[in-house]
Design a protein around this ligand. Sequence first.
Ligand SMILES: [Fe+2]
Length: 227
Amino acid sequence: MSDDTIQLGMKPIEIWPGNLEPEVCGDSTIHKITFTDTREYHPRLIAKILELEENRRLRKRYFRGACGTKIHHLDKWASTEAELITARARALFRKVLECEHAVVDLSWANVYRNGDYCLPHSHLRSTASIVYCLDPGDEAADDSQSGRFCFVDPRLRNCCQHQEGCMTTPFFPGMAAGTMLIFPSQLVHTVNPYAGMRPRITLSWNINKHALPGAALPADAGGEPQI
Ligand SMILES: [Fe+2]
């Protein structure tokens, strides 16, 4: 296996498909890319996450608005598919930030079930955050914004279309299965209540150029959970 591929079963998969480049998405600090070879790894990765979701010791469910059920630490899942998508997230960080190193401070999956949502928040301890859509879930006939990820940050021009500094317009970057988004970790974002029945599943990473001291997850250190 070369450094550029990861072996999934009998098949070598390129970490970074040569024809793909991230695109600026709504703001010069946000970039987006959509991988098209998802059938090679989504089914097994989704099955793995749904299996982990059943594990009471590994899953974390803080409260309804805390982004569904979380399963942390992709690197501990013993999943080659999780390894592949993490390698892609780190490669995206290096490309967008034009740097040599990308160190994951914390990674996790979010499984949203009907009624789950995510209150507005930023991510701690990181330069950039990445979110990847494994399954956007069902569309809701009576709620076109159901389960949609958006930025709600007055520092983004897109969010302040009527008056500078006044957040009046959530910015929806659009997330389909296979979409990976990178953004500055401080940008405030949220996920609307999910009205569908099929699990809506995303992955997230907080990444820095260098490793940080201390525990990435306050709960791991006995502190308060964060969303
Ligand atoms: Fe988040």
